[in-house]
Structure formats: C-alpha cells, structure tokens
Design a protein around this ligand. Structure first.
Ligand SMILES: C[S@@+](CC[C@H](N)C(=O)[O-])C[C@H]1O[C@@H](n2cnc3c(N)ncnc32)[C@H](O)[C@@H]1O
Length: 303
C-alpha cells in the first residue's frame, strides 16, 4: 500500500469503529441517527474506498457494518407494519411513535425550508415500500407532469394544517405511487382517494395500501379532467399537470366549491396558478409563497 493508502485506511477504520462502538445506533428508536450513520458509511466511507484494490477488505468491513444497521431498520419496519396491519398502531399513536424515532422533534423537519428529501423520506420509504417500482405503461400527454414524490415533511405539514374532520374526504390529484393518500389515511383515518392517469402506479398504490390493511382508501385510474370530485372536502396537488389541463381541473374544482366549502392544498410550481384563482381565499401566511417554487399554499373556497 502507498503511504496515502495507509493514511486513508487508518482514517476510515477509525470512522467505522466509531460507528460500530456507538451503541445508540443499535437501539431501534434512534432511527434518525442510524440513517445518518448509514449515509456516512455509504457516501463518506465506501465511496472513498471504491476502486482502491488494496482497501477491499476495509470495504467489506464497512459493508457489513452498514448491513447490520440496515437489519435493525428491517426488523423495526417489519414490527411497525404488523402493528399497522392489525389496526393497533395508526393515527396519533403512530405519529407519536414516529416522533420518537426522530428525537421527538418532528417540528424541526416541518419548519425546514429547503427543497429535496430527508430522513423522514428514508423512514417512510422503508415503512411503505415493499415492491419494486413500476415502469410507466402509457405515454403521458404533453401537459402532464412526470412522477415525483412529495417530500414526507410536506405531507406531514399538510396533515397538520388540514386539521381534518372525520367525515372529510381527501383527494390527491395525480396520486403517483400513492404515498400522500396512504399517509393521510394512516395518520388521520379520513377516507382518501388518489386520482392517477398511469394504471401501473394505481396498482402499485393499491398493493401498498392493501399490504397495510387500509380500507377507506381508493386509487382511481382516470384522467383528472374526468374524475368525480363530488365527495371531496380537501384536495391536494403536487403539480400533476400544467397549462390548460391545470386550468380545466381547477375550473372543475371551482364548480364543486359552488356547492360546498372545499380546501385546496398545492405544492410545487402549480401553486402560482392555484394562488391566482379568484374563487379561493389564499391562506398562505408567507407573502412570498406564491412566487417561490416549492412553497406550500392552502386555499379555501369562497363558497
Ligand atoms: C408530481 S407527481 C405527484 C405524485 C403524488 N401526488 C405524490 O406527491 O407523491 C404527478 C403525478 O400526476 C400524474 N398525472 C399527470 N397528469 C395526470 C392526469 N391528467 N390525470 C391524473 N394523473 C395525472 C402523473 O402520472 C404523476 O404520477
């Protein structure tokens, strides 16, 4: 080994040992800390060893430590899924438990004002996803936006702000793989419906909900322009489409708003258009929010 390899070996071995000796990482409840450690092993240790043949044994050691930490998560998710399936762990009880995995400080995630995903997404990916991601089977029309998931902290913020009544029906327009509807249903108990153009996404979401034994949830495979919104009280859109398609669906919602009060939450670029709708009162407390990509707006119909 060259002297620089020797130096790197010693440095990375110390880093791995620090992780192995940190008992907190093996306690199920310290998910946030563990997720950070797994990330460190992957991106700060294994990535630096990659391609240096002389450090292959160290890489194997790092991979084993990473595997051991992931095994703690696998076991934790398995237990959580079992309790969710029986109905023992849902709603506020589940939210309290999740909060413990994040040092009882979920609010700090909700207040974060930066784009992208975080350890909350890592957590919910592990909790919800147990199947391979589906390929799209039909060609999207020009104004339709491709699938991208809403960051989990935004879904939790939506749940907090929506303050659902038990009789509310929630719609995610352009529901993708379904995790917004699933989390809303799981954490609040309200009926949730996802409207999705791509059939493979709908069946993925159906399988995911069924594997947790969730019942009052439905994924409807249709174009959002043709969907029936007559039961909806709270609507969410993470920019599913743009242009005329967006205006048509907003007009459809405005007709619903003439019959009853509805609330519309949006995320991403479509928020600018949602905010311009004269039939909605903008409840966004941040004056800048309509002009910024990624900000979140709540609107309530005038009806
Ligand atoms: C940005 S993704 C949001 C996915 C999901 N709401 C989430 O946050 O995880 C937009 C989704 O809208 C779907 N979509 C696009 N146009 C649609 C349409 N006209 N009707 C129904 N779904 C549509 C896409 O297939 C995609 O899954």
């Amino acid at each position: 080994m060259t002297s620089s390899d020797n130096k790197l070996y010693a440095e990375l071995l110390d880093d791995i040992k620090a992780i192995v000796n940190d008992e907190r990482l093996y306690h199920e409840k310290n998910f946030n800390l563990r997720a950070q450690a797994i990330d460190d092993i992957e991106f700060h240790i294994i990535d630096r060893i990659d391609g240096i043949n002389e450090l292959a044994t160290l890489k194997q050691y790092a991979e084993k430590v990473k595997h051991d930490l992931e095994a703690v998560n696998t076991q934790m998710f398995w237990q959580l899924r079992a309790k969710i399936s029986t109905g023992e762990l849902r709603g506020q009880l589940l939210l309290n438990q999740i909060s413990e995995y994040f040092d009882n400080d979920l609010n700090s995630f909700l207040l974060e004002d930066k784009p992208g995903y975080d350890n909350l997404d890592v957590f919910f990916n592990g909790l919800l996803i147990d199947q391979s991601l589906p390929d799209e089977t039909i060609v999207r029309e020009p104004e339709m936006v491709f699938y991208q998931k809403t960051p989990t902290r935004i879904i939790l913020e939506l749940i907090k702000r929506a303050d659902f009544k038990s009789t509310d029906v929630f719609f995610d327009i352009g529901s993708g793989l379904g995790q917004v509807s699933i989390l809303v249903n799981l954490l609040t108990g309200v009926t949730a419906k996802g409207i999705e153009f791509e059939p493979a996404f709908c069946s993925y979401a159906d399988t995911c909900a069924a594997s947790l034994n969730l019942t009052n949830i439905e994924f409807i495979n249709t174009d959002a322009s043709d969907a029936d919104y007559s039961t909806g009280a709270v609507f969410f859109m993470y920019t599913p489409f743009e242009g005329k398609m967006l205006q048509d669906v907003l007009q459809k919602l405005s007709r619903e708003a003439k019959k009853r009060m509805i609330r519309v939450f949006s995320y991403g670029p479509c928020t600018v258009e949602v905010g311009k709708q004269g039939w909605l009162i903008n409840n966004c407390e941040d004056q800048d929010c309509l002009s910024k990509f990624g900000k979140f707006v709540t609107s309530q119909s005038l009806a």
